[in-house]
Design a protein around this ligand. Structure first.
Ligand code: SAH
Length: 357
């Protein structure tokens, strides 16, 4: 049996940026000791505060299309889901979301969607330029899935500066359990390399507790994060969606998600790390718990209210009332209850801050 001293030694080792062995990572990943978990989160907060102070960056999430050519087994907007009501926002609608968001204090807009062929490079580049023209002090983040390198380059040239593409799992066999054969692990990984080479601030990440996920898979995810050194990491619990092939599987847990957030903060001290909507969905205080585990970003929904219920990646996704960007003031209160504060800043990764200011 491992004792408390052993675990605090591991946490300190992580904080000092010393490499853990596979056995040591596994010990932390399987540890359920409350004191250890408190200590881990306390050190994660210290590292976050050292790098980003008490600031919480907010990103206005605009879910601009739920048409998707892919058929990921976990996702509610997969092409095979005939019950999904499809929609696509117009350029004017998207620009209106950004302008409204800017008024509310947002300085980053995240365009997220399914892989929708309507949005060609030309259309997206024009959209990005239009956003940059209306909100020149704001960053544009894309979360639009896999494309080819020249496409990523055109969108970067149009002004997008960040890109989120979760790797979903760093284990190829596990990737193949979550995706149909027409999708490939190697292409997703290639996309991440292409995004990095293009000059984006890049975000990757995995679902926590996805069907078939083991501790060994999570260890591989952590090793991948260590090697890739992303500027952003998005992790959240898997949550079943009733019209998908993985409908019958249980959701990931708050405990494992907050533990991973804290480990990732220690592994990548300057990483931009959101407390995600999925975490806020499985627990009404999930996002506060995420902030207390080392997260420093929130991504409230800025999509028009009428389409929010249609972007159902998973069941019971929080998308109305308090969670919505209109209620930013109550969100600000929730954040201050954790001792942190929402700020009106772009919130670039520290290594990119000089280039953008
Ligand atoms: N099409 C884009 C955006 C995907 S949606 C892309 O491929 O990158 C953003 C993220 O939502 C996905 O990367 C996935 O990790 C997450 N997601 C999808 N379905 C989910 C589910 N059922 N539970 C939890 N997270 C889910």
């Amino acid at each position: 049996m491992m004792n408390e001293d052993y675990y605090s030694h591991l946490v300190k080792k992580l904080e000092q940026q010393r490499d853990l062995t596979d056995e040591e990572f596994t010990a932390i990943l399987t540890c359920a000791d409350e004191k250890t978990m408190d200590f881990l989160q306390q050190r994660a907060r210290a590292v976050r505060e050292k790098n980003y102070g008490r600031d919480v960056y907010i990103r206005g999430l605009i879910e601009f299309t739920n048409y998707c050519r892919n058929n990921c087994y976990y996702c509610g907007i997969r092409r095979g889901n005939e019950r999904a009501q499809r929609y696509r926002l117009t350029e004017e609608e998207i620009l209106a979301c950004c302008e409204q968001g800017r008024e509310l204090g947002f300085r980053t807009f995240v365009l997220q969607g399914g892989e929708d062929a309507y949005f060609t490079d030309e259309r997206l580049a024009a959209l990005i330029r239009a956003i940059k023209k209306r909100c020149p002090d704001s960053a544009v983040t894309l979360s639009i899935g896999e494309r080819e390198r020249d496409s990523y380059a055109r969108l970067f040239a149009a002004g997008a500066e960040r890109f989120l593409l979760r790797h979903e799992t760093a284990n190829q066999a596990h990737y193949e359990c979550l995706h149909p054969a027409e999708m490939s692990y190697s292409h997703r990984m290639q996309c991440l390399q292409d995004l990095r080479a293009t000059g984006y601030q890049v975000g990757c990440g995995m679902m926590v507790g996805s069907p078939g996920q083991t501790i060994a898979h999570l260890l591989q995810d952590l090793r991948f994060l260590q090697a890739f050194q992303p500027e952003m990491v998005g992790i959240g619990p898997f949550i079943p969606q009733h019209d998908t092939p993985l409908a019958g599987y249980p959701a990931g847990t708050v405990a494992m998600t907050t533990k991973l957030l804290a480990i990732i903060r220690l592994l990548l001290p300057q990483v931009l790390l959101p407390a995600t909507t999925a975490l806020g969905t499985i627990d009404p205080e999930g996002r506060e718990k995420g902030l207390l585990a080392g997260a420093n970003v929130l991504m409230p929904n800025l999509s028009p209210t009428a389409v929010r219920q249609k972007y159902t990646l998973y069941d019971h996704k929080i998308c109305t009332g308090e969670e919505a960007a209109e209620h930013i003031r109550s969100l600000a209160q929730r954040v201050s209850s954790t001792g942190y504060q929402i700020v009106k800043k772009r919130g670039d990764h520290l290594s990119f801050t000089e280039r953008s200011n």
